[in-house]
Design a protein around this ligand. Structure first.
Ligand SMILES: [Ca+2]
Length: 219
């Protein structure tokens, strides 16, 4: 179990049962990119991942992850990066907030998820969210509202960048990604499923996130 899970476990253990139901909304920083970058996955485009000194302007310290993708201009290509392990979000994830900057318009940058049954797609639809890019070269902060009908808990499983709309254009795209936050609902029924004090084993419990940069704060 990673720091994230341990802290959550302590919160659950220290809460009297009568007050657990009041602990409904928790806001957590689940990935800062201050200490490590994600790892390249199965990709058709060439590219690399590196740590960058740049950071989102709403943060006062730390680094970001820079993904550089080289599209050849010879058809559909993609580049994927993944965290060392899926980042499981306990309870019901309500919102995922991410900071990012993209060097050019016209490309798809999608945050990928996996659901409680380990599925990457349901009914032919990928569990993903395409980051809205308004202006190239500008940091943005956007929040994804997680669909109510997903099977929880869910995990953040990576990022895929592709050139569907610019398949014939050779180009290098740079994407900076900074801190990801999650808003999760830990109401009573879900707490019963994940509370480590009771020895329950759930997907959240079995998937650790040993990331030293993860921190937790309660609203
Ligand atoms: Ca950072």
């Amino acid at each position: 179990m990673g720091l994230f899970g341990i802290v959550l476990g302590l919160i659950f253990c220290l809460q009297p049962l009568s007050s657990i139901s009041e602990l409904k909304s928790v806001h957590a920083s689940v990935e800062t990119f201050d200490w490590l970058c994600w790892i390249p996955g199965w990709s058709k485009a060439a590219g690399q991942v590196m740590s960058s000194e740049e950071r989102s302007p709403d943060l006062t310290s730390g680094r970001s992850m820079l993904v550089e993708v080289h599209f050849s201009g010879r058809g559909f290509e993609w580049f994927s990066v993944k965290p060392p392990k899926p980042i499981w979000l306990p309870g019901k994830a309500r919102g995922i907030t991410i900071r990012y900057k993209v060097s050019s318009l016209g490309y798809t940058i999608a945050l990928e998820f996996v659901d409680g049954w380990g599925r990457l797609e349901v009914d032919g639809k990928k569990l993903s969210w395409a980051l809205p890019v308004k202006e190239p070269g500008q940091w943005q902060v956007a929040t994804f509202t997680v669909p109510e009908n997903w099977l929880f808990p869910i995990a953040i499983n990576g990022l895929t960048i592709h050139n569907w709309d610019r398949q014939n254009e050779p180009a290098t795209l740079k994407v900076w990604i900074d801190q990801i936050d999650a808003q999760v609902d830990l109401s009573q029924p879900t707490c019963k499923r994940v509370c480590p004090c009771r020895g329950d084993r759930t997907p959240m419990m079995s998937a650790s996130n040993d990331h030293p940069s993860r921190s937790l704060r309660r609203n």
